[in-house]
Design a protein around this ligand. Structure first.
Ligand SMILES: Cc1ncc(COP(=O)(O)O)c(C=O)c1O
Length: 397
């Protein structure tokens, strides 16, 4: 009898008790809107911002409605205009090009390497085409950030980081989101902290932070923030920055604060699971493990491997056979966008030239979620199933 995995790839852990209690307190007093405070009360949203800024060592932080909203707000706040071109990853998820398109700006896609990071040669080659890069640390893979920043500085490109999958991660000791001018994070259910929906934006630039606060809909109540610039920075901006409401509410902030406090522990738990998966599939014939750089502090909340240059029918057979044994794998090479997976040529609102080297990598990317409801034993079982099914299909004539 072959082994079968019975866990759920979409089941996250419950919200910590402290978060539930804080949420109930907010519901009891009823002041869910972040600017609805009494006396000198400090809103949960303002405290969350202060705590997250401290966690990543940023001067300013703004909590918003989603990761996608954080990215669009960052782009607006640094001055991207309709028709402006923004470089971004060909390998990412739909909200990234979507954030660019939401401003009427135009994505220019940059290729992906076998390390699943942005192709720095392609970035250098396209560097003259845009003044902004929306860099997605897709599935937690961080490129050589020192090399990337050198390329961007040489081309005069401002970098906004999409850290939806790298909250808690770092490159060379620098927290993810702290290399570029703005770092954007998601607090959506499948991310490293879970408020259902939500986003955070960090920056050291006072003007960018003030514009972001105004954009998010501060109703001129920006002095109720703890991690925003002083009132004088808003003097002029408040007349010229539109309100595009997308604030975070106190209920979500209350749920998130205890989760942030536990982030480091959670990241270690993810990494223990990731290591078991990585060790378990390493050496499988035909399967390439994605090696991580020594200076990269990862958060293994999802796991990828490559079946490079495989025949499509065989690759699909692996996905099907693993699914039959309870292991839900996603394939980034599928011709049609399915659920969370899509690729640059599915985003037809943003025309792109063909990228054969990128197509080759995308065609081989197999991806799975690693919820913390999985034990390390679960991960060992999943790895055994992947190993046996990949081997069986690979060895078949
Ligand atoms: C790579 C990436 N960036 C950004 C986002 C946007 O996050 P949100 O769903 O909070 O808008 C997601 C969400 O899935 C994502 O996967």
């Amino acid at each position: 009898m072959s082994e079968v995995f019975e866990g759920s790839f979409t089941q996250q852990e419950s919200i910590p008790e402290a978060g539930i209690e804080a949420a109930v307190r907010v519901m009891r007093h009823g002041r869910l809107h972040r600017y609805n405070t009494v006396g000198d009360e400090v809103a949960e949203a303002a405290m969350l911002e202060q705590e997250f800024a401290a966690l990543v060592g940023a001067k300013y932080c703004l909590a918003v409605a989603s990761g996608g909203y954080a990215m669009a707000t960052a782009l607006r706040a640094i001055g991207v205009k309709p028709g402006g071109r923004v470089l971004s990853n060909a390998f990412t998820l739909a909200p990234v090009p979507g954030a660019i398109a939401s401003l009427g700006a135009v994505p220019v896609f940059v290729g992906v390497t076998e390390d699943l990071t942005i192709d720095l040669d392609d970035l250098d080659a396209k560097g003259g085409q845009a003044r902004v890069l929306l860099l997605s640390h897709m599935r937690g893979h961080i490129c050589d950030m020192d090399a990337l920043m050198a390329i961007c500085d040489r081309h005069g490109i401002q970098v906004v980081e999409d850290c939806a999958h790298t909250m808690g991660a770092a490159w060379n000791g620098v927290p993810s989101g702290r290399h570029g001018v703005v770092g954007c994070y998601s607090c959506q259910t499948y991310k490293h902290v879970n408020a259902g929906e939500g986003g955070l934006l960090v920056t050291d630039d006072a003007d960018v932070a003030a514009r972001a606060v105004m954009l998010s809909g501060s109703y001129m109540l920006y002095e109720r923030h703890l991690a925003a610039p002083p009132a004088e920075v808003f003097e002029e901006l408040r007349y010229t920055t539109p309100n595009i409401s997308g604030r975070m509410d106190n209920l979500r902030a209350a749920i998130l604060r205890p989760q942030l406090a536990a982030l480091e522990t959670q990241c270690a738990r993810w990494n223990a699971r990731y290591k078991v998966l990585e060790d378990g599939v390493r050496g499988t014939p035909g399967l390439k493990v994605v090696e991580r750089a020594e200076v990269e502090r990862i958060v293994g909340s999802s796991f990828q491997f490559l079946l490079l240059d495989w025949d499509v029918a065989k690759l699909q057979a692996v996905i099907k056979r693993c699914a039959a044994r309870g292991v839900e794998l996603k394939w980034f090479g599928a011709p049609e966008p399915t659920a969370f997976t899509s690729k640059y040529d599915s985003w037809r609102y943003a025309a792109s030239e063909a990228m054969p080297a990128t197509d080759r990598v995308l065609a081989g990317i197999v991806d799975m979620r690693v919820p913390l409801t999985f034990s390390t034993d679960d991960c060992a079982l999943i790895a055994r199933i992947i190993r046996s099914e990949v081997s069986a299909v690979y060895q078949a004539a």
